[in-house]
Ligand binder design. Structure first.
Ligand code: S3P
Length: 435
């Protein structure tokens, strides 16, 4: 299938119905990784069939792990144990996936063999020193292209359990250290400046590894045995976010998002939208595979601008593109600060969102670590997503509110995290077609 180059979207009308968004990307990556180094079989249900998570599965096949895909969203991983991975002569291609590259850097640092990690053009520009340095403190030896991929990870380096203080609040870095810690002597402890998503810690525990954790700190003891298990992947809150925002913004909308993962370290956008005036009700809450899930019923509500609380930034780090759109449609101004990390995501999300919103008629004042967005009227126009999946989907939402059509370029990477977004969006009432 030829990837779609762009979309023509909007103006839209009321969104209605029920939506089930695909499985969580963070959980899907981790389930393959831990399943691969566990003893015995791991069955993953609700696996995200996205390009990022498929890249992770393909890498473990290259490292000698048998992974079956009996049906969509199901993977059976035949674990090879902590020391059972085999060297690959070929580079391991993470594609667009920062999570795959950073977590694998930690895991591969503990192997007896050398590996090379590569990525696409976007991933090859992203900072990797932040993962190399803490791993080097454990004794790892990793060469890079001046702090960027390709990464050459030298095996057979003894790793020593240590206490690592992370400067950047990042679940990817914390997870890389914990995975390397499985191969280190003694105990590895990692502290973070602000608590981030704790899926690695929760999943290590579910696989029987000696991992202890509390918000902001986690420890792992080396040389533990992981045991294969069953992993239920909840629907990805970050994918649901586009529909939460769209149904809030488009007049007349009433939409239900089914069984969305509600890990508290992921739901910052929900709090912020409610602070802005959104009407989102949580229904039928339950716990699935250790994770809280619930249905979210969203009805249109007018929004007003706010100062986004800095402490919520890590809990909504992937949701800023769509929050910028909500802010553009709100009455008054919305300011975001303490979010410099957005500049080193799949694109510079502050600059790319600001540029696109300005094209559509919105005033945005950029700062190094955020922006002030002045709510106004969105017009039609042509915007670029710079190959960033979340920017493409955020502008698809913006287009529903515009007074003319919006053409959105470079949308093929939507398939990295949300395959089928366009069909699902159309089913609920989005005006969206291939360019
Ligand atoms: C992720 C952590 C976040 C997030 C990314 C997924 C993870 O990145 O942006 O989409 O699965 O651990 P950082 O750790 O760099 O903030």
């Amino acid at each position: 299938m030829t990837p779609v180059a762009g979309w023509i979207a909007g103006p839209g009308s009321a969104l209605q119905g029920e939506v089930i968004v695909p499985g969580d990307k963070s959980v899907s990556h981790r389930a393959i990784m831990l399943g691969a180094i566990a003893e015995g079989v791991t069955r993953i249900v609700g696996f995200l069939e996205g390009e990022d998570t498929r890249a992770t599965a393909a890498i473990f096949r290259q490292l000698g792990v048998h992974i079956e895909a009996p049906s969509d969203g199901v993977r059976i991983v035949h674990g090879v144990g902590l020391h059972g991975l085999q060297a690959s002569q070929e580079p391991l291609d993470c594609g667009n996936a920062g999570t795959a590259m950073r977590l694998l850097t930690g895991l591969l640092a503990g192997q007896a063999f050398d590996s090379t990690l590569v990525g696409d053009a976007s991933l090859s520009q992203r900072p990797m020193r932040r993962v190399i340095d803490p791993l080097a403190a454990l004794g790892a030896h990793i060469d890079s292209n001046d702090g960027r991929a390709p990464l050459r990870i030298h095996g057979d380096q003894p790793l020593r359990g240590s206490h690592i203080d992370l400067v950047v609040a990042s679940a990817q870095l914390k997870s890389a250290v914990l995975l390397a810690g499985l191969y280190a002597d003694g105990e590895t402890r990692v502290s973070e400046s602000h608590p981030t998503r704790d899926y690695t810690e929760r999943m290590l525990t579910a696989f029987g590894a000696p991992c202890e954790f509390a918000p902001g700190v986690a420890t792992i003891r080396g040389d533990a045995t992981l045991h294969g298990t069953e992993v239920h992947v909840p629907a990805d809150f970050s994918s649901a976010a586009f529909f939460l925002a769209a149904a809030t913004l488009v007049p007349g909308s009433d939409l239900v998002l089914r069984q969305v993962g509600m890990n508290p370290r992921r739901t910052g956008l929900l709090h912020v939208l409610r602070m802005m005036g959104a009407n989102i009700v949580e229904e039928t809450a339950s716990v699935q595979g250790g994770e809280p899930v619930c249905d979210l019923r969203v009805r249109h509500a007018p929004l007003h601008g706010i100062e986004v609380p800095v402490e919520l930034v890590p809990d909504m780090i992937d949701e800023f593109p769509v929050l910028f759109v909500a802010a553009a449609c709100a009455q008054g101004t919305t300011s975001v600060r303490g979010a410099a990390e957005l500049r080193v995501k799949e694109s510079d999300r502050i600059a790319v969102m600001a540029a696109g919103l300005r094209t559509l008629g919105i005033r945005v004042d950029e700062t190094p670590d955020g922006a002030t967005i002045h709510g106004g009227k969105l017009h039609g126009g042509a915007v670029e997503s710079h190959g960033d999946h979340r920017i493409a989907m955020a502008f698809a939402v913006a287009a529903q509110l515009a007074d003319g059509e919006v053409s959105i370029g470079d949308v093929a990477n939507v398939a990295t995290s949300f395959p089928g977004f366009d069909d699902l969006a159309r089913d609920t009432g989005f005006a969206l077609r291939d360019a």
